[in-house]
Design a binder for this molecule. Structure first.
Ligand SMILES: Nc1ncnc2c1ncn2[C@@H]1O[C@H](COP(=O)(O)OP(=O)(O)OP(=O)(O)O)[C@@H](O)[C@H]1O
Ligand SMILES: [Mg+2]
Length: 394
């Protein structure tokens, strides 16, 4: 069928033609926004899940919901080894502009604090460039500029929330890839959320990250379990996966035979990225509507080959030989379903001492390829990665 009209969209953070199966999360978020705007206590939210499950897309959708209610919003994508100071300043700058506080003077006072926060160098003073935050008011002094991220963030966020409270709205800060936030910054974020929720300030942090993010947060502050509400973002169930395929097709007056949907669910296993990837190729190979199981049979190997290069291969290529060896051992032990395995068993199967494998394991975690949900256990962050490795022995 006409590839130009192909609605499916495999990609990172790519808005899907139909956001299927996330109604519960969206309506829970509406309640949260409403409660916070009324000064009621609410926890900040953290979305966790495997690669390609739709965390970024959902985060963006939640942001739209907040904007729709007139909230000020900003978004950050955390990177390993990067301080949050600059990204937070840009995100809050955006949020303050979106708030459109009617009183110029109050607005400028907070912008002055924001500028001071942004320009404050980190304690090690490494960033000595001429970066300018693009805020056209003079930096103030004495607030949010101590250099201690925890103190500064609490002060800055309280001021921003104060502006939002004046106008009966709130501020929402979205943090994607939150597992990559540096330890000091994680504890500053937790402390700020803790402090602001005690003040009843209308500010919420919404994080998204890999399944071990709750462990990262609780390692930082023991109270983080009470601070955040964790929502596990999972595979789509059968009705949602069907809707993800059918709704966009039907807008183009195309439909699928039930047997085609069976075959697509078997292949994509409900993982949103795979639903889009298989849907896209199937559309292109199908001659006419309704799309049949035979079309899917032709498309599946093509889609698999594309995934092997783009989705799996690009990640595998980032691993060193030692890391690859480690992942192959994980795949053998975990089987095609990619079950979590004990790190001690990986060591036994490689005939090595567990301690000698720690560097490979730690750097795989840092690269976001594997995670440890429980002490002594390790699993792939990428769905079907074990299966891919088993069919691509090196
Ligand atoms: N609810 C959904 N229904 C249909 N398609 C979806 C849904 N959520 C996400 N997708 C599609 O899945 C793909 C992956 O989404 P996204 O980038 O948000 O995943 P992610 O969890 O952020 O992945 P990563 O951990 O790699 O960042 C995109 O192509 C997106 O269009
Ligand atoms: Mg993402």
């Amino acid at each position: 069928m006409d590839p130009v009209r192909n609605p499916y969209a495999p990609g990172a953070g790519q808005r899907p033609p139909e956001l299927a199966g996330r109604d519960d999360e969206l309506s829970a978020f509406d309640v949260v926004l409403e409660r916070i705007a009324h000064g009621r206590p609410e926890r900040s939210l953290v979305l966790t899940g495997l690669r390609g499950v739709g965390k970024t897309v959902l985060l963006n959708q939640l942001r739209s919901a907040a904007i729709g209610r007139g909230w000020g919003t900003g978004k950050i994508e955390a990177r390993p080894d990067q301080s949050l100071r600059r990204p937070v300043s840009s995100a809050l700058h955006m949020a303050l502009r979106e708030l459109r506080h009617p009183d110029q003077e109050s607005m400028e006072a907070v912008l002055g604090v924001l500028k001071a926060f942004a320009l404050r160098q980190t304690a090690d003073g490494k960033v000595r460039d001429r970066w300018q935050p693009g805020i056209d008011v003079p930096a103030s002094s004495g607030r949010a500029d101590s250099g201690d991220m925890e103190i500064d963030l609490v002060e800055l966020l309280s001021d921003a929330a104060g502006l939002a409270a004046d106008v009966g709205r709130g501020v929402a800060l979205f943090i994607d890839e939150m597992q990559d936030v540096q330890a000091d910054d994680v504890s500053a974020i937790c402390a700020a959320c803790h402090e602001l929720s005690q003040q009843g300030a209308p500010l919420i942090v919404v994080g998204a990250g890999l399944p071990h993010l709750p462990a990262v947060l609780s390692a930082s502050k023991s109270y983080s379990e009470r601070l955040f509400r964790y929502l596990r973002i999972d595979r789509l169930d059968r009705p949602a996966a069907d809707r993800a395929l059918l709704a966009p097709a039907e807008r183009e007056e195309v439909t699928f035979e039930p047997a085609a949907l069976d075959a697509l669910y078997a292949a994509a296993d409900g993982y949103p990225y795979f639903v889009q990837a298989y849907g896209k190729v199937t559309w292109d190979v199908a001659a006419a509507s309704p799309i049949t199981a035979a079309d899917v049979a032709v498309a599946a190997p093509v889609a698999e080959a594309e995934l092997a290069v783009g989705f799996f291969g690009s990640r595998y290529d980032r691993a060193t030989p030692a890391e690859r060896e480690y992942m192959h051992a994980m795949a053998e032990l975990g089987g095609p379903n990619g079950s979590a395995v004990a790190t001690s068993e990986v060591a036994v199967s490689l005939g090595r001492k567990p301690a000698s494998l720690s560097p490979a394991r730690d750097s795989l975690i840092k690269k976001g390829l594997v995670y440890s949900a429980e002490r002594g256990q390790i699993a792939f962050t990428v769905p079907h990665f074990g299966r891919y490795l088993l069919s691509h022995p090196d």
